[in-house]
Design a protein around this ligand. Structure first.
Ligand code: ATP
Ligand code: MG
Length: 405
């Protein structure tokens, strides 16, 4: 493997931990293998049990090593949770030599960063969205242009300090170094959004087990990110309560027979077998499940609609919504999303990476696949403009160093 490097992504989700190893060289990236283990140490994207999380990480990494024939020493880890917040800021500077230099751009971005951040929060990413040079808006790369006043408009993403410390701690306790930490919606977007969608505007909605990540892209940049504490666990819980069955059985029914909307069940008479504790079985109409799930799906999508409205998604997302995460697999979820949100919806499956197999080409693994794209080798030929991701990479890396010191 001359000139190649092994990189690994680690998605520590509320319902599963997923490790993906890839070989990276100057020509591109090839996935070598994946490992996945169910996760019980998180709630709503936050680690609440270190030992359970470490166990799941070790299992997922071991399986990934077996499949890929590699040894994983460090990972690019994803971070999410409702502690993540984003807001816009701007910084204005005078151009020193009448022609914009790297230093001018740096100063403008630094000036945009001088905002009050509470002590228990950290800036994770500062993502330039556009520059304004002497009132001329919409400039992606001002370097070399003539002007007097340069304004950097940025999107700042912050997160609470302790959840990230816990994330790093879990990786280290599992014997892994943390090469970088990347915001999960950025990783999911990387794996599922097309260049056209990022350019013309799209909202990525990743509905996982405990969290829903929302990220708006426009003109090639991330414009907004928010994380809602809702996910598939709510649906499972509703089934368990509604039918008085275990969470395990409710999860099985949801995945095998669930539907987001009653209208797609064509055969009203179709029955399914359900198991109560003590192995007592009975049959219920399949439609009952959809009747339980539909109001919760509507509620979740209404919350998502509010978040899309708040970030001006209706004005900016010309290409509509890309729905990913495990809940995108629920039968009829895309149709229901289209009806509630009133925007075109497509299911986002990881793509455009060599070595993806049928198991990985699943919305559940969008974050894991996307994470490996944030490796140094693939990023090295990018300065922070115009691709948002490299800026994130540098910022995040510096910040991680701070955390680990
Ligand atoms: N076929 C399916 N039908 C319905 N729901 C499904 C299906 N497959 C998986 N899910 C649901 O998707 C959810 C898991 O999705 P995902 O793996 O994206 O979450 P996660 O990354 O573990 O959690 P989070 O991102 O919220 O921390 C679970 O609630 C699971 O029940
Ligand atoms: Mg997830």
């Amino acid at each position: 493997m001359m000139g190649s490097q092994i990189v690994a992504g680690l998605d520590i989700g509320t319902t599963k931990v997923c490790a993906i190893a890839a070989e990276v060289n100057g020509k591109g990236m090839r996935i070598l293998g994946m490992g996945s283990a169910s996760s019980t140490g998180l709630r709503k994207g936050l680690i609440i049990n270190i030992d359970a999380t470490v166990d799941a990480i070790k299992k997922a990494v071991k399986e990934c090593e077996t499949y890929s024939g590699t040894k994983i020493r460090s990972v690019i880890a994803g971070v999410s949770g409702s502690h993540i917040e984003g807001f816009n800021s701007a910084g204005l500077v005078g151009v020193r030599k009448k022609e914009v230099s790297f230093a001018d751009v740096d100063h403008a971005i630094d000036s945009a960063k001088t905002v009050h951040i509470p002590l228990d929060r950290e800036i994770l990413h500062v993502i330039p969205t556009e520059f304004v040079l002497d009132e001329h808006e919409g400039i992606a790369d001002p370097i070399g242009m003539s002007g007097v006043r340069l304004e950097a408009r940025v999107h700042i993403i912050t997160g609470a300090v302790s959840p990230i410390h816990n994330l790093v701690k879990c990786c280290e306790k599992s014997g892994l170094g943390v090469a970088d930490i990347v915001l999960e919606p950025l990783a999911s977007a990387r794996a599922t959004l097309t260049q056209e969608e990022k350019e013309f505007g799209a909202v990525l909605v990743d509905i996982g087990g405990g969290t829903t990540d929302i990220a708006l892209f426009k003109d090639g940049f991330l414009r907004h990110v928010s994380v809602l504490g809702i996910g598939g666990a709510h649906l499972t819980n509703d089934i368990a309560i509604g039918l008085r069955i275990s969470m395990y059985e409710a999860e099985r029914l949801k995945k095998n027979f669930g539907a987001a909307v009653t209208g797609i069940i064509t055969d009203d008479a179709e029955e399914i077998q359900i198991k109560h504790t003590g192995d007592k079985e009975r049959s219920i109409p399949k439609k009952y499940l959809a009747e339980i799930l539909q109001p919760r799906c509507e509620e979740m999508l209404t919350m998502i609609k509010e978040a899309v409205k708040e970030c001006y998604g209706y004005e900016l997302a010309t290409c509509g919504i890309v729905l990913t995460g495990g809940c995108a697999l629920l039968d009829g979820m895309d149709k229901m999303a289209e009806a509630v949100l009133g925007l075109p919806v497509r299911i986002g499956v990881p793509s455009n990476v060599t070595g993806l197999n049928a198991r990985m080409a699943n919305p559940m693994y969008a974050t894991g696949v996307g994470l490996i794209a944030f490796n140094k080798t693939s990023m090295s030929n990018r300065i922070f403009l115009p691709d948002v991701v490299s800026g994130v990479f540098v910022m995040m890396k510096d910040w991680v160093k701070g955390v680990l010191q």
